[in-house]
Design a protein around this ligand. Structure first.
Ligand code: SF4
Ligand code: SF4
Length: 451
């Protein structure tokens, strides 16, 4: 039985721009890829190649240094730089730059695996780790860490096929075009965490994907396909859990605290490719869309492809974009320099016209309408959080549970005064974390002085 989550909004979908466009290989491969050593939650990887090295597709080029996921070459060719480059997340990041030889020579380690049935859960997790798989729905959390943390603790594995962000259709296309990999990945991940079943949640605005996956599962019945009433932010982890199981993740807690593990459908397909074919994560489906783009499309692109190259392949801009984002309009991050590369978690490059960017009107004053409170799926009070953020009253903002904000942007969307609410909350979270770090350092210094 399906449940409901609190709040949420219904932004215009704009998925018609690309939802019927099959994921195409790049018409022209990039001459160079720039692969950042951090595309995941955790410590950046350490480069293990040097300028002048010849590399093959799938060869290890960055090894983990703590929590993280290894990084592999996405094209074959020659390493021409190992240096800090502009990073999509802002600032500079150590990157490996590879000049493409256009041969796509695979690394010899990539071999189809025999006897997959005999793999244990721990062995599957080890393969996922070595393949450098990270959450492909946006967050970039190392998948092996998520899976190993779930072993023995969860009774439900949910795959997120909701794709609730407007404009984005890369997961929709994946489920239609590679449904076997999604279902196969779901089974492998279920085995990895010690379960026999998995659930895939898909919004009802993708009836063809729901039907297709149901047909693929057939009478096996071990992967449940749940159609979910379309509402943003359906695909947020806590909201998806509530929809599929009725369980509520308490503030400050994790899905595992309610015995759930949530991964993205694209992550499941990457797990399938790693286990069955021995392929590390080096490419992914990306939606190139928005009214400013001449030919919106879905493409399969090597990690590290410059955003400018992808935009060129989509016909370039037909009009000056108001903004270009990694991701959708609700949770996406602005791209200020088109030379930045697409990363493992890049599911969309959105190029919006001024008309599409709904928040063009200047911000006005809060009229205390309460709509942001009604829309917040985390039961927060955005108007009071913003008021206290503006006054830099960090303890009050923290008491209002700003740290539970999932930055879904529903409050921004609904606010008639066009207030930049979610932007305030990002600032508040940063300030609160900084303050906590300073207090901790001061405490430790005091303790050290006493000793
Ligand atoms: S306060 Fe945070 S969680 Fe609530 S609607 Fe706004 S962005 Fe979403
Ligand atoms: S929706 Fe905007 S105007 Fe209405 S109470 Fe919230 S912050 Fe104020």
């Amino acid at each position: 039985m399906l449940h409901q989550f609190f709040g949420g909004v219904h932004p215009a979908e704009h998925k018609d721009l690309t939802e019927h466009k099959a994921t195409a290989p790049l018409a022209e491969a990039p001459a160079q890829v720039v692969i950042p050593m951090s595309m995941h939650v955790g410590a950046p990887c350490k480069p293990v190649v040097a300028v002048g090295d010849e590399v093959k597709v799938g060869q290890l080029i960055g090894e983990t240094a703590g929590l993280g996921a290894p990084i592999h070459a996405s094209v074959s060719g020659k390493v021409v730089a190992v240096e800090p480059r502009i990073h999509g997340g802002g600032g500079m990041m150590m990157s490996v730059v590879i000049e493409n030889d256009f041969q796509d020579t695979p690394d010899p380690s990539i071999q189809r695996r025999a006897n997959v049935e005999a793999l244990t859960g721990a062995e599957i997790i080890e393969i996922v780790k070595n393949a450098g798989i990270t959450g492909m729905g946006g967050a970039g959390f190392p998948t092996h860490v998520k899976l190993s943390g779930a072993v023995g603790k969860v009774d439900t594995l949910i795959l997120n096929g909701a794709e609730c962000e407007p404009y984005i259709t890369s997961d929709h296309r994946l489920m239609l075009e590679r449904g076997d990999a999604v279902i196969g990945g779901a089974r492998l991940m279920a085995k990895a965490v010690g379960l026999k079943e998995a659930t895939i949640g898909i919004e009802l605005n993708k009836p063809d994907a729901i039907e297709h996956l149901k047909t693929l599962v057939g009478s096996a019945g071990d992967v449940h396909i749940e159609g979910l009433k379309t509402r943003y932010p359906q695909g947020a982890e806590k909201q998806l859990i509530q929809m599929c199981t009725g369980r509520q993740v308490p503030p400050g807690k994790l899905p595992a605290d309610v015995k759930c593990c949530v991964c993205n459908v694209a992550t499941a397909a990457a797990v399938y490719d790693a286990v069955m074919e021995g392929k590390p994560l080096t490419q992914r489906g990306v939606t190139l869309t928005g009214g400013a783009l001449a030919e919106p499309m879905n493409v399969m692109a090597p990690v590290g492809t410059p955003v400018s190259h992808l935009i060129k392949l989509a016909g370039g801009f037909k009009t000056d974009p108001d903004r270009v984002l990694y991701g959708g309009p609700m949770m996406g991050n602005p791209i200020f320099n088109l030379d930045v590369p697409m990363m493992k978690s890049t599911n969309c490059i959105l190029c919006m016209t001024t008309e599409e960017a709904a928040d063009q009107d200047p911000a006005q004053t809060c009229i205390r309408c309460g709509k942001c409170v009604e829309a917040c799926p985390m039961h927060l009070t955005p108007l009071f959080m913003r008021m206290n953020t503006n006054k830099r009253r960090w303890s009050e903002v923290e008491a209002l549970r700003v740290m539970d904000c999932i930055e879904c942007g529903s409050c921004n969307y609904i606010c008639p005064a066009r207030l930049p609410l979610v932007q305030s909350f990002r600032t508040a979270k940063f300030e609160i974390r900084e303050l906590a770090a300073k207090e901790k350092a001061a405490r430790e210094a005091k303790e050290a002085a006493k000793a």
